[in-house]
Design a protein around this ligand. Structure first.
Ligand code: NAP
Length: 258
């Protein structure tokens, strides 16, 4: 069966790469795209461009919506897709806990599968998994995530997901000096229940993360680099295929590849 796919964010860096990948894959058919502005992309006669997701779904009936847009739009896209029985595969980052809860409830209500993948790269998923294992033994952890300077949300979705995975196994330790003081606000980064994340934004970078785990006389560094956006494409292909078989919410690719 050919899977009918729609892509939201077709002019974006990720969207363009995802469209190339979908067009090359014989198991998928790109039926439409959702853009914020009409007529800025042209992908051939058979692929319509919409600015309304409802109209896109009603007129082109995709099985899957791949969302690679912005944090301010993605929640509405996910809820609308689920309402209409279209399976969202979401790479856009920046969800709040409350939004994730609402999506989870909608998935249960509609029994329509949804994948939210803060990182589609297999190497990054492994880095998160290894960090989780290591944090059981080395619970003093700091994360440095580094991205290109056009990224709008911080910390990155990958860093937030890594923290969530680490917090599930890490004993509660107080890191740093109990009386430490920031001379300049933000010097110690974001503090999530004692675990610190430092976000770097620079031109030239794509997506990079280091997890530093410190112990007495030792430091374990886990590092992953995405040098270009092709590193995310096999995860998108896997997610489109997988979500057709599922009717639950999958948050993070580790649940389907490890
Ligand atoms: P980008 O180049 O800024 O592209 C975002 C695109 O979305 C833009 O073309 C933007 O159009 C469009 N857009 C905004 N609102 C929209 C709406 N309501 N409907 C349709 N399109 C809309 O960003 P990117 O680098 O491609 O990244 C996209 C998202 O993927 C970000 O959240 C990023 O963090 C995430 N990301 C995820 C992974 C992963 O592995 N999960 C990897 C890399 C990036 P305008 O410019 O006209 O607003």
């Amino acid at each position: 069966m050919v899977i009918k796919v729609a892509v939201a964010g077709p002019r974006g860096r990720m969207g363009r790469e995802a469209i190339d990948t979908i067009l090359k894959n014989p198991e998928f058919r790109l039926v439409s795209v959702l853009d914020s502005k009409k007529d800025l992309v042209y992908l051939g006669e058979s692929i319509s461009v919409f600015t309304s997701l409802k109209e896109l779904i009603e007129q082109t009936e995709p099985d899957v919506l791949v969302d690679l847009t912005v944090p301010s739009s993605v929640f509405d896209h996910a809820m609308t897709a689920l309402e209409y029985g279209v399976r969202p595969v979401i790479g856009t980052t920046g969800f709040t806990e409350l939004q994730l809860d609402e999506i989870s409830n909608k998935v249960k209500e509609k029994k329509v599968g949804c994948i939210i993948a803060p990182n589609f790269s297999i190497g990054a998923v492994l880095m998160m998994k290894f960090a989780q294992t290591a944090a059981k033994y080395l619970p003093n952890v700091e994360i440095i995530e580094m991205h290109h300077d056009q990224k709008v949300d911080a910390p990155s979705g990958t860093a937030m997901k890594t923290v969530q995975m680490i917090q599930a196994v890490r004993e509660n330790v107080e890191q740093g000096h109990p009386e430490e003081e920031e001379i300049v606000e933000g010097a110690r980064g974001a503090n999530i229940e004692g675990l610190h994340i430092h976000s770097v934004r620079l031109p030239g970078l794509v997506a990079h993360q280091q997890v530093l785990l410190g112990g007495e006389g030792q430091l374990l560094t886990l590092r992953h680099d995405s040098f270009n956006r092709s590193s995310f494409m096999s995860g998108i292909v896997l997610s489109i295929n997988e979500i057709m078989k599922r009717n639950t919410l999958i948050y993070g690719l580790e649940d389907i590849i490890l």
